[in-house]
Design a protein around this ligand. Structure first.
Ligand SMILES: N[C@@H](CCOP(=O)(O)O)C(=O)O
Length: 490
């Protein structure tokens, strides 16, 4: 399958590229993104075929349907990484919370967040292409807390690859920060910036599009790619778990095959929701995709009013910091799919130049045919964490908790909901301890212990170990110095 470009073609790139070309160089013409030329239509026959398949069998068949130019043995090696998740036979448990509400737990991998679902296999795929081509790659990652640890984990000590990971200093949870700054492999560089996630992501996009930067890298015999969801190599693995979660509901006799469900997705950069959108386009029976946000509710406003409006808008720090994002990368891929390249280019340029775009009434109606949205404040989120734990004995993190509000406001009772749980409770323990016991200003290690006691849970060893590991990555810089700092590392 070939990949085409969301903003049309500016002749600096070929009109269509292969999957490996799209993942090695993820920014397309005019600063756009790559998208599949056609999506495979899997339909109910595919769902029936995989009614009782393991996650890996389903994943292999879905990837085969994309006909990507990656060796089958590499794909197998990549998918085998799911064997290291908590339960090798089911890396993504789907848990019933109450009658019509199910949680798809995407956080059972090494860094305890959903990013492992895609970044674990993506690490193998990208580094094996780099080795095959005998090329060296610098992989940029911008993170608000989950992508960074998962990117560092997947690429650490891999041949032909170095990673520069940018995070907002003070803008992540303490566990997320420790997961990054305690990484000491020689091919990894973690850079804290004085700024917010959007600054880190803007720098990443600017560098990916900069010929000067690429030239400077060339002098160091290095090419440039990215680990974020701008890279379609991430998205392809984020489609699979939506299909798996649906099939889990069928296997649990919660729904019959063909019955529609809500996919309720905590959203920041929109990669997770886009995976659901593509799964729907490929034939998954979906009633609506519900986009859940925190106080940085730019996506709620887009889906309700058709306006992407960042004028006078500053990112606010919330209890769900991984979603403290205003410029959400993957909305662009949905715009392209619904309205085509010319309109996408127009809208995205308007956002870049005026911090604003507005959909026409007919366009908004099309968007709302499949999407709905709501946002949840930190206080509301804590109330949902407490209630869900006390009433249903189910513990959720603050990002997952944002879905509880939209579950109440956007879904009908007679249709089952799948909420996607993006992170384990261990990554945000002070907020959860506060929600459950009222304790305030608790250090992460103390909060972890008090939650473990109240909820009778074990703290996983990879989280416990963080508190005694040496801090190996101490760089914190102004955002203007990012390029220089990265070049120093190479
Ligand atoms: N919420 C993310 C931000 C980056 O998102 P990505 O899906 O584009 O990698 C994070 O936690 O880092």
């Amino acid at each position: 399958m070939n990949f085409i470009q969301t903003r049309g073609v500016d002749n600096s790139k070929p009109e269509k590229v292969t999957f490996s070309e799209a993942i090695l160089s993820p920014i397309a013409s005019f600063g756009g993104l790559y998208v599949p030329e056609n999506l495979p239509n899997l339909g109910e026959a595919f769902l029936n075929k995989h009614r009782n398949s393991s996650y890996k069998t389903l994943a292999k068949d879905m990837l085969d349907a994309f006909a990507i130019d990656i060796d089958s043995a590499v794909i197998d090696e990549a998918l085998n990484l799911y064997d290291k998740f908590d339960d090798a036979s089911n890396p993504v448990p789907v848990v019933k919370v109450k009658e019509n509400l199910y949680v798809s737990e995407l956080y059972h991998g090494p860094t305890r967040a959903f990013k492992d679902m895609a970044l674990q296999p993506f690490g193998i795929v990208l580094s094996s292409i780099a080795q095959r081509l005998n090329e060296n790659y610098l992989i940029l990652a911008a993170t608000s807390g989950d992508t960074g640890p998962a990117a560092l984990e997947t690429f650490k000590n891999r041949a032909n690859v170095k990673v520069a990971c940018l995070y907002p200093d003070g803008g992540t949870s303490d566990v997320q920060r420790l997961q990054m700054v305690t990484e000491d492999a020689a091919n990894l560089k973690v850079i804290g910036i004085n700024g917010v996630f959007d600054d880190a992501q803007s720098a990443l996009k600017r560098l990916l599009a900069s010929e000067t930067f690429k030239k400077a890298l060339q002098e160091k015999d290095t090419k440039l790619s990215a680990a974020n969801s701008v890279n379609f190599g991430r998205i392809i693995f984020q489609i699979i778990y939506h299909i798996h979660s649906y099939l889990e509901l069928v296997r649990q006799n919660a729904i019959s095959m063909g019955e529609k469900v809500y996919l309720n997705v905590p959203s920041g950069n929109f990669g997770n929701a886009l995976g659901g959108y593509y799964a729907w386009k490929m034939g998954l029976p979906v009633e609506k995709i519900i986009i859940s946000s925190n106080e940085n509710n730019v996506l709620t406003r887009l889906i309700r009013d058709g306006k992407y409006d960042l004028r006078g808008c500053e990112v606010v720090s919330t209890t769900s910091p991984a979603m403290d994002i205003l410029k959400s990368s993957n909305v662009e891929r949905v715009l392209f799919d619904l309205f085509g390249e010319a309109r996408t280019k127009e809208l995205m340029l308007s956002l870049e130049e005026k911090n604003f775009y507005e959909l026409r009434e007919d366009e908004l109606a099309r968007l709302r045919e499949l999407f709905d949205a709501d946002y949840c404040t930190g206080e509301e989120g804590k109330k949902y964490i407490k209630e869900t734990f006390e009433q249903y004995d189910y513990l959720m993190d603050p990002h997952t908790a944002t879905c509880m509000k939209s579950y109440e406001t956007c879904s009908k009772d007679d249709i089952k909901s799948i909420i996607y749980s993006t992170a384990e409770w261990t990554k945000f323990s002070p907020v959860i301890a506060n929600a459950l016991t009222g304790e305030v200003d608790t250090k992460d290690i103390d909060a972890l212990q008090s939650i473990a006691k109240v909820a009778k849970l074990q703290i996983p060893s990879m989280i416990n170990e963080l508190f005694t590991k040496e801090i190996a990555q101490k760089t914190v810089i102004e955002k203007e110095a990012i390029e220089e700092e990265i070049l120093k590392f190479l």
